[in-house]
Design a protein around this ligand. Structure first.
Ligand code: C2E
Ligand code: MG
Ligand code: MG
Ligand code: MG
Length: 281
């Protein structure tokens, strides 16, 4: 009996793996065509300033609208795009689409906000990345002060000196730079300050445990205090409850992002969301 259970478990595992490999091949194979046919959209999640709860920015998050499978999340296809190198054209599409969206919002009479996009590691290593971003900003007419890039600790650490040069290139263009998922890598804030960055996004795993675990609370509190004293703006990611907001307010966190305020929205819904909130205030 024990043997047959073991066998079944093995079987389940094997099927599972086959499914994963299947999905991998299906998605991976479709990615090139998907880029050609622009089967992607960006959603925008509001960033909220805590002192008055006004929307002060947004993060662009990509989704694949697959003709058969429907909406696919970036965690499922960004790694495939990285492996195949397709992240380079896809990443450029994201930056161009985000810039156009900023202009569309402006044409709709909407006061400009800062929009951030995520970079992936292979994209960050691309030699002409800074030139590409400059070109897209020029082409779309976006003022660089409204454009922000999100990078992770591991991307910066891979080749610190090269990263610093690249970040200075972006700073010369007038962009804002932020560290995403802060706390999940191995770098200290003191070390990170060697990089010309302006914003720290505290990973949502720390926010999730606020009020549940004293050590975690102490880490969040100390991180925000240190970031503030280093003149870095802090954003808490993944805020889902009022009590998390209250704790973050007490720690002098400047901005939050999370389902409590809004999920990522398509461009039109984002406008309605912002207009709806200013009507209430
Ligand atoms: P990220 O940059 O850390 O983005 C935040 C993720 O957390 C998003 O997932 C967002 O929908 C989710 N989130 C926001 N608020 C909450 C909350 O209150 N609770 C929970 N549970 N989740 C929340 P999403 O859109 O699935 O993106 C996942 C990751 O995929 C992103 O993590 C980012 O690393 C990557 N990604 C997304 N768009 C792009 C892109 O255009 N290019 C690249 N290279 N990577 C992207
Ligand atoms: Mg991000
Ligand atoms: Mg993040
Ligand atoms: Mg992430």
């Amino acid at each position: 009996r024990a043997k047959s259970t073991g066998h079944n478990m093995y079987f389940v595992y094997e099927n599972d793996m086959a499914d994963n490999i299947d999905a991998h091949l299906t998605l991976g194979g479709g990615l090139r065509k998907a880029i050609e046919e622009e089967q992607f959209i960006l959603h925008y999640q509001p960033k909220i300033r805590l002192c008055d709860e006004v929307v002060v920015g947004a993060e662009a998050l990509i989704r694949w609208i697959h003709p058969e499978l429907g909406m696919i999340s970036p965690d499922q296809f960004i790694p495939l795009a990285e492996e195949s190198g397709l992240i380079l054209p896809l990443g450029e599409w994201v930056i161009r689409r985000a810039c156009r969206q900023l202009q569309e919002w402006r044409e709709a009479g909407f006061a400009p906000i800062k929009l951030s996009v995520n970079l992936s590691s292979r994209q960050f290593m691309q030699a002409d990345l800074v030139d590409m971003v400059e070109r897209v900003l020029e082409e779309t007419g976006v003022d660089s002060e409204y454009f922000e890039l999100e990078l992770t600790e591991s991307m910066l650490m891979a080749d610190a000196q090269q990263s610093i040069d690249k970040l200075h290139g972006f700073r010369k263009l007038g962009l804002t730079l932020s560290i995403d998922d802060f706390g999940t890598g191995y770098s200290s804030l003191a070390y990170l300050k060697k990089f010309p960055i302006q914003t720290l996004k505290i990973d949502r795993s720390f926010i999730h445990d606020l009020g549940l675990d004293c050590d975690n609370d102490a880490i969040v509190k100390a991180t925000i205090a240190m970031a503030n004293s280093l003149n870095l703006k802090v954003i808490a990611e993944g805020v889902e409850t009022r009590s998390q907001v209250d704790a973050l307010n007490g720690y002098a966190c400047e901005e939050v992002q999370g389902y409590l305020f809004s999920r990522p929205l398509c461009g039109d819904d984002f406008l309605s969301y912002v207009n709806g909130r200013s009507a209430i205030v």
